[in-house]
Every structure is written in C-alpha cells, then in structure tokens.
Design a protein around this ligand. Structure first.
Ligand code: SF4
Length: 333
C-alpha cells in the first residue's frame, strides 16, 4: 500500500480553511493508503511564537484532527519533536542541498522580506520538510499549490542523496494536489488563516459561527436588498458550495441574482449548514478534551510507530554515508 505523509502546523484548533483544504481529504485517504500525519512543531518555531502556548496548541490540533475523523487505528498521528530523527535527517539533507536552491523558494523570499534579520531556520524550512517526508520514504504528499515548489525541492534532495549514497533508496515523493480551491477568509480577500483572524474554527459554537459570518464580505454590488448580485463574486457563495446541498446552492445563486433575499438571509442558511456539519465534530472534541490522557496516549503510540520506520531509515542512511555504526545500526540501503 502506498505511503502518504502530511504535516500540519500546531496552530490550535482547525478552521474551515485547513479542514476543507487538507484535513477532509486526509480523512478520505485513510481508506486507501498507509497514512502518517505529523503535527510539525519544529516548523512552528521558525516564526515568532509564544512558548507557553505551543504545547496547548499542539494538543488542541491533535484533538481537532481526531474529532474531524483521523482514526489513530489506521493513521499514524504524532508530533514532530517526539521523533528526533526528523531533525537528524534534516541535517543530513542540508549536506546535499545548495543554498541557492533554498534562496529561490518563493515562501523564503516572502517571509524574509518581512524580517530585518533572516533566521537560518526560515531558509532551511523546506529542508526539514524534505526530511519529514523522506524519513518515512513516503510515496505521496498531499499539497496545496503553494507547496508544490517545496515538493519539487524535496524530490531534488532525494535525487541528490540517492545519486551520491544509494541509488533508489529514497523514493521521489509525488504531489497529490488538493481538490479544494483556495479557501478565502471571511474578509473575502486573503487566504483563510488564523493569524489574519478571518476564520471560522471547527469547534466554534453555532452562535459564534453566526457572529463571525454575519459581517463577512459579499458581492459589493448588493448595496441594498433590492440590488441583484453575482454569486460568483461572493465568498459566502463559495462556502455554500462546500457546506450546503446542491439544491440549496442553486437556490442561493437564483435568490442572489434575482435579489429575492438579502445577504443576511443567505448567510443565515450557510451558518446553520456549517453548524450542522460540525456538530458531531464538536461533540467528539468535547469528549476528547475531557480525557487529555487518552489524546497523549494516542500521540505517544503514533510517535512509537513512526519511530520504528524513522530509526530504520536513519540507520540505513548513516551506514550508506559511512558514519561509524552503533550497535544495531547495520542496515544498508
Ligand atoms: S445573496 Fe448570498 S451569494 Fe449573493 S452576495 Fe449576498 S451573501 Fe453573497
């Protein structure tokens, strides 16, 4: 069975953007692939963050993933820093990665422009990403379009290492592009992101969902209730396409074009449909939050399963690179 690796930042609870853009797909992939899902806390610390909140946000992300349908029996769910081989392989990968390739990365250019002093962690971020995937010799990586360049680099790192130390050892991971279009935030401008405050969280109450959705940006042509609108220019309509049944989506479009209802009516229907879809997820999350030791157990078990693969990979890598083997480290690629 092909192996799939996915990573997600420990940003606390999931929101609609990362649920639709990634997690809903991961839940479906569990039936067809061997899946590993890693909460990438070592990636998170390359940006400004609050150390006293990181562990809680990591826990909250684990709760959200489990509540959203990630099944720890079928998927290996774990925290990146619980498997130290990630950073070990990352170092190895830096030794075959040209700095020029890292400086060409669009995300590096964006992030470094916003900082006075650019940290090496930001430059090396895609190398750690490569190590995350190569450590498990994963075949497939589900990605959004903004990650395709990093995946190409990952493949190049695999090729370079293989050419020098062990032809064919690391498979070149293939991208699986997300079917979801880019999910815009409630401001209708930027991508939905917790740091921009334009999200609806999966665990928000129905009241909170309505509070957030009520002021959401719509087609500016609808100044008054009598002005017809164009649903294709409205992010609320895009969200209806994810959360409302097809008949409702058709009704929304017709009511918008014919000015048969106001935007608040339209948003009310959407708020109710989002709340209904997330109701079972909220209930599962509440159960998990009430037993944090169960969540910790799941993550420990996931890390133990991941480490079996990670240790074997690192043992083979060290041997192939000529490092002096320690006991039990005698596997050759
Ligand atoms: S009626 Fe609905 S789809 Fe049309 S602009 Fe208003 S919120 Fe958007």
């Amino acid at each position: 069975m092909a192996r799939v690796f996915s990573g997600i930042q420990p940003s606390g609870e999931l929101h609609i953007g990362n649920y639709l853009g990634a997690v809903r797909n991961w839940v479906a992939l569990q039936d067809r692939y061997e899946c590993l899902i890693c909460i990438v806390d070592y990636h998170a610390i390359t940006q400004a963050y609050e150390p006293e909140l990181l562990a809680q946000r990591t826990f909250d992300m684990a709760v959200s993933l489990l509540a959203a349908g990630i099944d720890p029996e079928r998927t290996t769910l774990f925290v990146q820093s619980h498997v130290p081989e990630h950073t070990e392989l990352s170092w190895v990968c830096t030794t075959v990665t040209p700095v020029g390739e890292l400086e060409r990365m669009t995300q590096f250019k964006d992030k470094s422009q916003r900082q006075e002093s650019v940290l090496a962690g930001i430059l090396n971020y895609p190398v750690l990403q490569a190590a995350d995937v190569l450590l498990y010799r994963a075949d497939i990586v589900p990605v959004g379009e903004d990650q395709v360049q990093h995946l190409e680099l990952m493949r190049e790192i695999a090729r370079k290492w293989n050419a020098r130390f062990g032809e064919g050892f690391f498979p070149e991971p293939q991208p699986m592009l997300s079917q979801a279009r880019r999910i815009l935030g409630l401001d209708g401008g930027a991508k939905m992101s917790k740091s921009l405050g334009n999200t609806i969280a999966l665990l928000d109450s129905p009241e909170r969902i309505w509070e957030l959705l009520r002021p959401a940006k719509t087609d500016p042509a609808r100044v008054t209730r009598k002005d017809p609108g164009d649903p294709e220019k409205c992010n609320v309509y895009s969200l209806h396409q994810y959360f409302s049944p097809p008949a409702t989506v058709r009704e929304v479009a017709a009511n918008c074009r014919g000015a048969a209802w106001g935007c608040l009516d339209c948003k009310r229907v959407l708020a109710d449909n989002i709340a209904a879809e997330f109701a079972p997820i909220r209930a599962r999350a509440a159960e998990l939050k009430a037993q944090p030791e169960r969540v910790a157990e799941i993550l420990a078990d996931g890390a133990a399963r991941a480490r079996v693969i990670a240790r074997a990979t690192m043992a083979a890598v060290r041997t192939a690179m000529g490092l002096m083997p320690s006991q039990g480290d005698r596997v050759r690629p």
